[in-house]
Design a protein around this ligand. Sequence first.
Ligand code: 13P
Length: 255
Amino acid sequence: MTKLTKKVVIGNLKMNGSLHFNEKHFSDIKSGVNDFSDVDIGVCVPYPYLFQAQRIFQKSNIFWGSQNVAKDSDGPFTGEVSVSMLSDFNAKCAIVGHSERSTAYCESDENIALKFSALKNKLMTPVLCVGETLIEREAGIMERVVASQINTIRKNYGKNIFADSIISYEPIWAIGTDLAASPDQADHMCSFIRGLINDTENNNVEGLKIIYGGSVNSKNALQLCGLESVDGALIGRGSLNAEEFIKICQIVNSI
Ligand code: 13P
């Protein structure tokens, strides 16, 4: 597992792109971020484009990954893609538990925990998404919701499973809405997550990155990623425009 030591910017392309679009998009991103040495940059692509991502991003400062993975290693699981299949394309990371999957495809916290562990077993970096709905925030129970998402993993595997992993705090109300969390909200929740996992001051989990996702763009990236508690960002729409994505990476590189 390559250690992530800097702030991190990861593009989540979601179900977008085509062979034709990606060819230019990936190449533009590759050349645009070539000089940025103070940020770790990744792109999570749809499964069919892993080979293309590998071909274009190998020998660059960009890592690549997927947006989901199977909890099982092989067998009769129609439509699933295993961790070792991702490894065949040198994928470094996989998003697990994104709200667009957990809501639309009824993914349970238990399943997400199994996927997280399957990735760690093969030395890949899980990018675990956690976050609350607007109703839950208005009810003031966002910490409880996020704690329960994280504690399902922790109670099954212990806190050290989070070493060399990424947790992305993604309030569901901020995704795709242009209503990013305020710096105070992001700071509070990312600090809360860190405290939840590192329960004692001098026994911190190593290599854990806690990033923020939800309507991040080049206008708010500095405010959000500049926070000490926020180790970077997971970018949806902003990763579909190479110029915008490069700008965000440049801002985080300069922090
Ligand atoms: P947007 O940046 O489009 O709001 O999406 C965020 C997200 O879902 C990242 O995983």
